[in-house]
Design a protein around this ligand. Structure first.
Ligand SMILES: NC(=O)c1ccc[n+]([C@@H]2O[C@H](COP(=O)([O-])OP(=O)(O)OC[C@H]3O[C@@H](n4cnc5c(N)ncnc54)[C@H](O)[C@@H]3O)[C@@H](O)[C@H]2O)c1
Ligand SMILES: N[C@H](CO)Cc1c[nH]c[nH+]1
Ligand SMILES: [Zn+2]
Length: 480
């Protein structure tokens, strides 16, 4: 039964905590099964991938047919009708334009001590793009994965997508071509994530795996993190709609079902300030369920994970509840959505106003639809260009700059008891050896040198280019 909660009910706090706890427990339930699949693929490589593909996707592949060849991709893509292709192009253009704005700026400056500081961004060399395909095909997710990778300048884009019962989706192929994916393997689930992370004889390992998927995919990404990078946990879809009674219940019911229909494990929640409106939405959900073609999935999601929450005041009470749920998608169907949005801190993506159904963002809005689920929005963000780039910092001292900041480093190295750290700075500054500072009270376990180290700094004969801590060399003025 869909949960019904009311903030004025004395049991509300416990019921709300129970709703969050049930979700968390559900999220980890597949972890052991996935761990076994990952270990098997790591041990047996292609053979394991092919066996799991046969078992879960009911398709018999070989190492030769696992990778889609150019002819198969182009033939399939060629079957897409012009109108759908035009829609795909509209989506690609809008997604590209939005993500171009995400390109980061490098940093380069010289601070007042003469130290040169910088930060630069470089793309990841090779990424694995997970495109879901178990119960629905997701050409839109091809674009959402691949376009930011291309904008970032990633070198190799390897896409994996399951083809249940051997069916190749033409629009998925067209989207891969449009977005510039380099290679496509027709595998999915935890076994595909494992192949990308560990590599097999047929599939080269990647540096990072991104993209959405069901609970098995989400768990697999979580478990291979460290061997490879991941974007976030983008598991079964979630929507939280905050709506007042001035909405058409049928619109809001459709919005809830738009995410419920993704997966039996998806979650759709309504927060409203009107019990009558909540009842009307529940009734409208039943009406829509009678007509949708993914009714069984949507109904299971709605009944097992859905919730109707009635509060007294939306502006005052909804933001705190939203932040605790930290939904993937937050739809604000109220008169002043911006005021409400300003009070919310944790949501993957926010959809403002009655005419911004979440589904428009799934396809053509521009921002990415690969978003954190399972409360991940409390600490992570939707997929973007930065997920495909790494930051490297740069630090440059000349002799005078080192003379200015170096002594503090020597002092801190001494405080940490790390003699070589202190020495590597002091030796350039012609300072006394920091680890030779207490010759009369050696640590009981310290080695007693009998002959001075030949490379020890000689305070009386400084190297000609050594910095003078007290009187910086005049050449310091010429530093870059
Ligand atoms: N958060 C996001 O950004 C986002 C975006 C798009 C889609 N999604 C989600 O992606 C998911 C797509 O799910 P899907 O199932 O259609 O496709 P999928 O590709 O994610 O999963 C299909 C794979 O799951 C594996 N699998 C299925 N049953 C299994 C079992 N019993 N044991 C082991 N492995 C099993 C199989 O290997 C199969 O190939 C949905 O949950 C949807 O909500 C999320
Ligand atoms: N709503 C999904 C993200 O949770 C993305 C999507 C793709 N196609 C339709 N919807
Ligand atoms: Zn969707």
């Amino acid at each position: 039964m869909t949960a019904e909660l009311t903030t004025t009910d004395p049991g509300f706090a416990a019921a709300f905590a129970g709703l969050l706890a049930a979700r968390a427990a559900f999220d980890t339930s597949v972890d052991p099964v996935v761990a076994d699949i990952l270990a098997d693929v790591r041990d047996r490589g292609d053979a394991a991938v092919l066996e799991y593909t046969q078992r879960f996707d009911r398709v018999h592949l070989t190492t030769d047919t696992m990778r889609l060849d150019d002819e198969t991709i182009d033939t399939a893509a060629g079957r897409v009708d012009p109108e759908t292709l035009a829609a795909l192009n509209t989506a690609a253009e809008r997604i590209t334009r939005f993500h171009e704005h995400q390109k980061p700026q490098d940093i380069a400056f010289t601070d007042p001590t003469g130290v040169r500081l910088g930060q630069r961004h470089t793309p990841v060399d090779a990424v694995g793009l997970y495109v879901p395909g178990g119960t629905a095909a997701y050409p839109s997710s091809v674009l959402m994965n691949a376009i930011p990778a291309k904008v970032a300048g990633v070198g190799r884009l390897t896409m994996v997508v399951p083809t249940p019962d051997g069916v190749i989706n033409p629009l998925v192929m067209a989207a891969a071509r449009l977005a510039g994916v380099d290679e496509i393997f027709r595998i999915g689930g935890a076994q595909a994530v494992a192949a990308l992370a560990y590599g097999t004889d047929t599939i080269a390992a990647v540096d990072k795996i991104v993209g959405p998927g069901n609970a098995y995919v989400a768990s697999a990404k979580k478990q291979v993190y460290g061997t490879v990078g991941i974007d976030m946990i983008a598991g079964p879809s979630e929507i939280l709609v905050v709506a007042d009674a001035d909405n058409d219940p049928a619109w809001i019911a459709a919005d809830l079902l738009s995410q419920a229909e993704h997966d039996e494990a998806a979650q759709a929640i309504l927060i409203t300030d009107d019990p009558g409106f909540a009842a009307a939405v529940a009734k409208a959900v039943e009406g829509h369920l009678a007509t949708l073609h993914r009714t069984a999935i949507a109904r299971t999601s709605w009944e097992h994970h859905g919730a109707l929450i009635v509060v007294e005041d939306l502006l005052d009470q909804a933001p705190a509840l939203v932040d605790r749920i930290a939904p993937e998608h937050l739809e604000l169907a109220v008169a002043d959505p911006d005021a409400l949005a300003a009070r919310v801190r944790h949501a993957g993506a926010i959809f403002l106003g009655r005419h911004t159904p979440e589904a428009v963002g799934d396809y053509v809005g521009g921002p990415n639809h690969v978003l954190p689920t399972s409360r991940g929005a409390r600490f992570s963000s939707g997929l973007g260009v930065l997920d495909f780039m790494k930051r490297t910092t740069l630090l440059g001292c000349d002799a005078a700059a080192l003379a200015t900041i170096g002594p503090a480093a020597v002092r801190l190295a001494e405080a940490e008891g790390l003699g070589a750290h202190g020495l590597s700075v002091a030796i350039r500054l012609n300072m006394p050896r920091p680890d030779a500072a207490q010759p009369t009270t050696p640590r009981p376990d310290a080695a007693q040198p009998t002959t001075p180290r030949p490379d020890a700094a000689q305070p009386t004969t400084p190297r000609p280019d050594a910095a003078q801590p007290t009187t910086p060399r005049s050449t310091a003025a010429g530093r870059a």
